[in-house]
Ligand binder design. Structure first.
Ligand code: AHG
Ligand code: MN
Ligand code: MN
Length: 342
């Protein structure tokens, strides 16, 4: 029998004040305005999607049809995992019931998906990467879901969703769910970055950390050095610099969400630059780089494509890719000084 009197922690410290996600969102507005209620409901739907995906992932090895590939290739030209499709459909189904979202734009779908019955009133659009780091799914390493919420602008009569092709400052909310040893949800409404941990016994995401700030410097650099000879000389010079400067250490998990989460909490820089063959890089602007750039800036960090702020870039098409330098403000600036060197 544990004698709490002798423990250094009192019983109360084991029982957080249980700030749930929906309560926190409403608190961000200090009001019960229509917008506050909408965003609280939207974030609750995101949380429900995260719980459903987390549950599926934790049982993946025990059930048929969860791991492995579908045999299909998606609009990105990538082999699709069964979890990509499952997660993609989870987001559609939880937002179908919400009434608030008319359109969903996903890495896994060539065109936006319209929830027709919601469109007369639903003025929000969800842009998302249902499973980020798919290559980690079958080996039980961390993966994530990335989301961004925008307001529909105009009527989109021809269902081309052209109003989505706007800069990242238009995002109303952005964040990710990280499926790791714990399932963690990180979000921002433009009022700071906050993290929540899923308590499976409550089925609730409970506030873990408020107003997270990225340290201005960090020793971690996170990039796939297997691309070294595909990069330009300026990027190779940066990597040579961090190799020679013994203050740096390499950490690369193959899932952007996990690599960014480390940097959000401990500082450092994530780099997915363009290559000579693919100068635009691999990561997608609207549902990978822009949401994380929104978080990084809210946390006092930065996100750049090497020349421009990620949030300033106006995409020409839904699945546009962009190079990404993301993390501590001083580290991003250092990378840019190499990439911009003549
Ligand atoms: P996704 O699984 O959604 O396609 O994203 C994978 C991305 C990103 O999560 C990760 O940082 C990067 O691809 C890894 O790419 P490499 O395997 O080329 O390093
Ligand atoms: Mn991804
Ligand atoms: Mn993905």
């Amino acid at each position: 029998m544990v004698n709490f009197q002798t423990l250094s922690v009192s019983p109360r410290s084991l029982d957080r004040d249980c700030t749930t996600l929906s309560r926190h969102v409403l608190g961000q507005f200090n009001s019960f305005s229509a917008e506050a209620q909408d965003l609280s409901a939207l974030m609750n739907r995101i949380a429900l999607a995260g719980k459903l995906i987390s549950r599926r992932l934790s049982g993946a090895g025990l059930m048929e049809g969860v791991l492995g590939f579908t045999g299909e290739t998606n609009v990105q030209g990538e082999h699709v995992k069964k979890m990509d499709i499952f997660a993609n459909e989870v987001f559609i189904s939880v937002f179908r019931q919400s009434g608030l979202v008319c359109r969903l734009a996903s890495e896994e779908m060539e065109h936006p998906y319209y929830i027709k019955e919601n469109c007369p009133i639903g003025r929000y659009t969800l842009l998302y990467d249902p499973i980020d780091g798919s290559s980690n799914v079958d080996i039980n390493l961390n993966v994530g879901s990335i989301f961004s919420i925008r307001q529909q602008q105009g009527d989109d009569i021809d269902e081309q969703a052209r109003d989505l092709l706007q800069d990242g400052h238009q995002q109303l909310a952005a964040g990710y769910i990280l499926y790791g040893p714990a399932t963690v949800l990180v979000y921002s409404l433009g009022k700071g970055v906050h993290s929540f941990t899923l308590d499976p016994s409550l089925g609730e995401f409970i506030l873990t950390q408020e107003n997270i700030t990225i340290p201005s410097k960090g020793k971690v650099y996170s990039t796939n050095e297997g691309n070294f000879w595909q990069w330009n000389e300026q990027m190779r010079d940066y990597v040579r610099y961090v190799h020679l400067n013994n203050g740096y250490t390499a950490r690369y998990g193959g899932a952007l969400v996990g690599d960014f989460h480390r940097i959000l909490l401990q500082g450092g820089v994530f780099l997915y630059p363009g290559t000579v063959q693919k100068p635009e890089g691999k990561l997608r602007l609207l549902y990978e780089s822009a949401p994380l750039a929104f978080l990084a800036e809210q946390a006092g960090g930065r996100a750049s494509d090497g020349d421009r702020e990620i949030l300033d870039i106006i995409p020409q098409q839904l699945h546009q890719r962009s190079p990404l330098i993301l993390g501590s403000s001083e580290e991003v600036k250092l990378v840019e000084s190499f990439l911009q060197a003549k």
